[in-house]
Design a protein around this ligand. Structure first.
Ligand code: KG4
Ligand code: ZN
Length: 335
C-alpha cells in the first residue's frame, strides 16, 4: 500500500510543506521564503520570522495538499522539524503539525533538521553505509558518521561559528546582501589570490573553526582602509572562500581515510556552493570505491521535502511521538 507523509519545516526563515509518497517521491514541495523581508535587516530577525510563519503556514499546507491532489484522510503521518532552529519559528510548525495530528488523528514524527538535510540526498541516490555526511549550513558544520540507517554519530563539529554563519558575516563586512553565501560564491569567481588569509587549525583533528578567519577578514579590510590602499572585495571573497573550504576539504579528506565510509554525502545550505562542489568532486577521486553524492541545488537549502524523506524513514522505524513535545532549539543529532 502506498504511504504518504505530510512534512512541515519552519526552523528558520522558510515556511515549507511537502508531501512525500513511499519515502522519496515528491508529490509537492512548497517553500515560502522570507529572504526579501530579512534582507532589509541584513540577517534573520527571529521575531519577524515567527510572525511571517504564522501568516503563511496554513496557506503553504493547503497548497502542498492541493498540488499533491490529496486530502488529509490519505496522509499516513505528519513529520515536522522539532529542532534545532529559532524557537519562535519552530513553535509555529510544531503547533500546525500537532493541530493536524489531533484533528485528523494521525501519527506525528518529530525530526532533527540536520537529519533532514542528510536525507535530502535520498532524492538522488540510495544511502549506503557506513556513510559520512559533511553537514555545512547556516547553523552547523559537522561530520556525521552513519554506521547504519538511522544511526548518527558526530565525529567533528565547529569550535565556534558555523561555516554559513561565517559566509554571512564576511558578506556583511564586504557590504553584500543577505544571505551572504550565494553572494560570496558569485563574487569569488571574479577574484584572485591577492591576499593571504589563515587556514584555521583546531585541537580535535575532525573539528572546524571559522571565527579566526572571519576576524582576519575584518582586520585585513581595516588595515587596507587605514593605509589608504584599495580594498578589492572580489579578492577578499576569493581568499576567504579558499581558506574556509581548504579547511573543510582537508578535514573531510582525513575523516574519509580514517573512517573508511562507502558513501560520502554533502548536506545543508552551503552544499549549494559551486567551489565546494568542485573541490569535493576533486578530492573524492583520491579515495577508491567511495561514492560521493551532492544534493541538487533545489534541496540544499531549507525545504520540507527533506523533512518528509527523513520522516518517512523515522515512521518506518516506529519513531512516533505523543503530542507532549516542544521545540528543541539546540536538539542533539545523536540518537
Ligand atoms: O541549510 P540552510 O538553508 O539553513 C540552515 O539550516 O542554516 O543554510 C543557509 C546557509 C546560509 O548561511 C547561506 O549563506 C548558506 O547556507 N548558503 C551558501 C550558498 N547558498 C546558501 N553558502 C555558500 N555558498 C552558497 N552558494
Ligand atoms: Zn538547514
Amino acid at each position: 500500500m502506498d504511504k504518504y507523509i505530510l512534512a512541515i519545516e519552519t526552523s528558520c526563515d522558510e515556511t515549507a510543506c511537502s508531501i512525500i509518497k513511499n519515502d522519496k517521491e515528491i508529490l509537492s514541495n512548497i517553500v515560502s521564503s522570507q529572504i526579501n523581508v530579512h534582507k532589509l535587516y541584513g540577517g534573520v530577525v527571529p521575531e519577524v520570522a515567527s510572525r511571517i510563519h504564522v501568516e503563511n503556514i496554513s496557506v503553504v499546507i493547503e497548497e502542498a495538499l492541493k498540488k499533491a491532489n490529496l486530502t488529509m484522510d490519505k496522509i499516513d503521518a505528519i513529520a515536522l522539524t522539532q529542532g534545532p532552529g529559532l524557537i519562535g519559528s519552530l513553535h509555529v510548525g510544531i503547533i500546525a503539525a500537532k493541530t493536524l495530528a489531533w484533528m485528523y488523528n494521525k501519527p506525528i514524527v518529530p525530526i532533527h533538521h540536520i537529519i533532514g538535510h542528510i536525507y535530502a540526498n535520498t532524492f538522488v541516490d540510495d544511502l549506503m553505509f557506513p556513510l559520512l555526511a559533511l553537514v555545512v549550513s547556516g547553523g552547523h558544520s559537522e561530520l556525521v558518521i552513519m554506521k547504519d540507517e538511522w544511526s548518527f554519530e558526530v565525529v567533528g563539529t565547529t569550535q565556534d561559528d558555523a561555516i554559513g554563519e561565517a559566509y554571512d558575516k564576511v558578506a556583511r563586512v564586504l557590504g553584500l546582501s543577505y544571505p551572504g553565501g550565494p553572494a560570496i560564491d558569485k563574487l569569488a569567481k571574479e577574484g584572485k589570490s591577492n591576499y593571504t588569509l589563515p587556514i584555521p587549525k583546531t585541537e580535535n583533528q575532525y573539528d572546524f573553526s571559522f571565527s579566526g578567519l572571519k576576524s582576519a577578514v575584518i582586520q585585513l579590510k581595516n588595515r587596507l582602509e587605514r593605509n589608504n590602499e584599495e580594498v578589492i572585495n572580489a579578492d577578499i571573497a576569493f581568499s576567504f572562500q579558499e581558506s574556509a573550504l581548504a579547511q573543510i576539504i582537508k578535514i573531510t579528506d582525513k575523516a574519509i581515510s580514517d573512517f573508511k565510509p562507502k558513501h560520502v554525502v554533502l548536506a545543508g545550505g552551503v552544499a549549494a556552493n559551486t567551489r565546494l562542489r568542485e573541490l569535493m568532486n576533486e578530492m573524492i577521486k583520491k579515495h577508491e570505491n567511495v561514492k560521493l553524492t551532492i544534493p541538487p541545488l533545489w534541496c540544499c537549502t531549507d525545504n520540507a521535502a527533506m523533512i518528509g524523506a527523513a520522516g518517512s524513514i523515522a515512521f518506518n522505524h516506529g519513531l512516533i511521538s505523543d503530542l507532549n513535545f516542544g521545540a528543541q532549539p539546540s536538539k542533539d543529532i545523536e540518537c
